[in-house]
Design a protein around this ligand. Sequence first.
Ligand code: 5AD
Ligand code: SF4
Length: 448
Amino acid sequence: MIKFYVKTYGCQMNVRDSGLVKALLMQHGYTAVDTEEQADLIIINTCSVRGKAEDKALGKLRLMTITKKNNPARMVGAIGCMVQRLGESIFDNVPLLDFAVGPNRITAIPGIIDAIKAGQGPICDVGLDKGSEEELSAHAESGISAFVNILFGCNRRCTYCIVPSVRGAEWSRPAKSIVDEIKVLAENGIKEVTLLGQSVMAYGKRNDVFPEDYKSPHGYMEPLSRLLEEVNDIKSIKRIRFTSGHPSGCTAELAQAMGELAKICAHMHLPVQSGSDAILKRMRRGYTVAEYKAAVLRLRDVMPSIAITSDVIVGFPGETDQDFEMTQALMNEIDFNNTFIFKYSTRPGTPAAEWEDDITDEEKMRRNQILLKNQDDRANAISNALVGQTVTILVEGVSARNEDRWMGRTEANTITVFENDGTVQVGDLIKIHVNRATIFTLYGKIVK
Ligand code: 5AD
Ligand code: SF4
């Protein structure tokens, strides 16, 4: 019986890919273990989005392969975006690696491991063939929440971004496969699904995902709205999320669907990246600040309490103090619930890599700190404004920090802690009266 451990860096797509590997390996008779020390097979799922992410993954891989010296039977594999970017040259960086598999080839991993056991290693596979819909639908979740891929790859050409070159061209899964997959998840106790795509609103734009004569009950014409409507109809699913958004996809129809379909959470992750039109243009984001604001307004029109979260990059080549101040001002104006703030990192082969990385690391750090502090102040205020209010949460179970308490999440994904009087079960949607708040956590009582 081979024991395996998967360590994941990077985004939610990587979390889903790791889940898929786990499910496929378990189908093949392998056993998942909780620590790398116990494992005969260690898989590191890597990210390429910033230089630091790659450094971390490379460091971990080297460390893991060194442990093979005391344990020669141990196998170490790398998967994910960094593998796709480096190809065979990853073996120069990590000589003792057994296999390197790109994000499109996850379904090939059990076969690759068999080949290595048969003495055919090391193996590198960075091909593009994803495998069958059936293989791609495998899950191994134990909680109430699952990620579901709906769209692979990315056709946007943001000038700083490595993703299009590592994850390939956009391809949307047929709606029926997705709905079937979620029905199986629902039968297995999943209550909340997050539909995933690098640019999720491009779902169904490049290839057909519904039959030509498909009729949407609400009369929706856009593939994403139609898919959301279908998922909304799956009985025991209680909540639907989808990520990541782009302002161009926040159409009137999508806003309408978000208002009409009761299970869609009032939350949207809508990366803005910058508040300066000049920078947005050089980033090739495909929208202006005014267009971004208009997209947010369309969403807030139908869901006034919608939580908007975002990503911002500081120190993009040529970012002036003025550009930076515009970002700061926009973040305040939108009043983001949360923002991930990143220091620009040059990625080899991207268009922006041709430009001088002219903002010093100290200056990037300074800008980062300012935005972080502003964001914390905003998040604190937003959190505290909920004291005295009632929120609806999906119950996840006993709190990790305090076994006497239970926790769940609001639609905005805010952790909410409460005392369970014995009436509440995992997977219930319940109302909580909030009586205390910290920046990222709410505390309250069950509303009867
Ligand atoms: N440097 C810094 N941050 C980046 N991101 C993507 N590429 C880079 C880069 N080269 C950020 C963006 C994106 C998030 C996932 O990572 O903000 O939305
Ligand atoms: Fe990292 Fe982007 Fe790959 Fe996700 S898609 S793992 S963020 S490089």
